[in-house]
Write a protein that binds this ligand. Structure first.
Ligand SMILES: [Zn+2]
Length: 421
């Protein structure tokens, strides 16, 4: 999976629907449709509109009409929350067992928190700190190009320096190199003076897509949209949910939606070659969530394939991108569970606690190797394995081998705790 990072070098106004009150507001993220439009405009500015049958035309089609999928870009620390999540309407208390429920995972949620009585409400879809937004009011310009007397309008812009990140999926890595070479691009409105953004494309290195499809304990799958989705029923009418035929085809077994949380929105878009707007059609919003039942168990590889592919129509235009499971605010239950988990980690390496007393001269280099391993030093893992193999006490060797199985975060926690004693 590759990550696209856009960094604003000019203020940007994303989303172009003027409201009734003459405020041209900005979105706080960059939709995939806008990302694709920005790259396509940059390509056309360099290469012009190419004739059918030319290699340039073929490259354009591979980049923007099927070979690349552009996910939405979000500011670090913000995320779309699924519509299936409910949270405390009023501030949760320390004693609340749960603060938030994801009904797609837990089934029904109570209407009120059983501990404090606060109503549980649907969350705002885009969660996180709001970015700095500048508002500037000026005279409205009519269609004839003349200022309309007494009519003011306000334009919101995102400030310079904001960073936006999201996924980019390409059939062929060479296409990513072409896209990286198209930077800087311009996003949003007023492109002559606004929206210039630097482009960086990073390989996330793990070779896997974002873990987007969640498998419930009972075998049901939970799929959440990270961008608006466009679905139709077999008669071609707008639908709130993916068609069973599409699900069954991509999952390789009979599949259908058993629960859904969705909301409609209008989806526009631009025909990138001509620069003309596309007719608006109905889409479901980012955050729409589906619980899906399958006839047979679906393999991890097939779920990875679905995460890469997305769902619904116009996917290469930025629709139908899938989101990983949400990070919910932990309640007392989750905090206590995490404390128990961390205690179990310390118990698993308990024999190491005796090393500073029994073998004081070996302790500082051993602790240093554990800390280095936690921060990703591959040579440290080799040294720890060597110590584990030659340790005079087999229990110490076993504890070190357990330590090597921990995630980097857990290894850092355990090394830190051992250092403090
Ligand atoms: Zn509560």
């Amino acid at each position: 999976m590759n990550e696209l990072v856009l960094t604003l070098r000019q203020p940007a106004q994303i989303g172009d629907r003027a409201r009734e009150d003459f405020v041209l507001s900005t979105l706080e993220h960059v939709p995939g449709t806008v990302v694709r439009g920005a790259f396509a405009a940059s390509w056309l500015a360099r290469n012009g509109v190419s004739a059918a049958g030319t290699p340039e035309r073929a490259e354009f089609l591979r980049l923007f009409e099927g070979g690349v999928r552009f996910g939405p870009l979000l500011r670090p620390g913000t995320e779309f929350l699924p519509l299936s999540v409910v949270t405390h309407k009023y501030q949760a208390k320390e004693t609340c067992t749960e603060v938030e429920f994801d009904r797609a995972v837990t089934g029904e949620a109570p209407l009120r928190c059983p501990d404090c009585g606060s109503p549980l409400d649907q969350v705002k879809v885009l969660r996180g700190d709001r970015p700095p937004v500048r508002r500037r009011t000026s005279v409205s310009i009519g269609e004839s190009g003349v200022a309309r007397r007494g009519v003011l309008f306000t334009r919101e812009t995102l400030e310079v320096g904001q960073e936006f990140r999201g996924s980019l999926v390409a059939d062929d890595p060479a296409l990513l190199a072409v896209l990286a070479g198209l930077g800087p691009v311009r996003v949003g409105g007023r492109r002559t003076t606004h929206g210039q953004a630097e482009v960086s494309i990073r390989d996330r290195g793990d070779g896997r897509p974002w873990p987007a499809v969640q498998r419930r304990d009972d075998g049901m799958l939970v799929i959440r949209l990270r961008s608006p989705g466009i679905f139709t029923d077999p008669q071609g009418r707008p639908s709130r949910a993916p068609d069973p035929a599409e699900l069954s085809e991509v999952l390789g077994t009979s599949a259908h939606v058993v629960h859904r949380w969705t909301r409609w929105q209008q989806a526009g878009g631009w025909h990138v070659a001509s620069g003309l707007p596309k007719p608006a059609e109905l889409a479901v919003v980012a955050g729409s969530t589906y619980v899906i039942s399958t006839e047979r168990t679906v393999s991890d590889a097939v779920l990875d394939g679905l995460s890469r592919r997305g769902l619904g129509l116009r996917r290469h235009e930025g629709f139908g991108d899938l989101a990983p499971p949400p990070v919910l605010k932990p309640g007392r239950g989750a905090r206590e569970q995490e404390e128990r988990r961390l205690r179990a980690l310390m118990d698993a390496v308990a024999p190491l606690r005796g090393v500073p007393i029994r073998f004081p001269e070996y302790w500082p280099p051993l602790l240093a190797a554990m800390t280095a391993h936690a921060s990703g030093d591959p040579d440290a893992a080799r040294r720890l394995r060597a110590v584990a193999g030659t340790s005079p006490d087999p229990a110490i060797g076993a504890a070190l081998r357990k330590f090597l199985e921990f995630s980097p975060q857990d290894a850092a926690y355990v090394a830190g705790e051992l250092e403090q004693r």
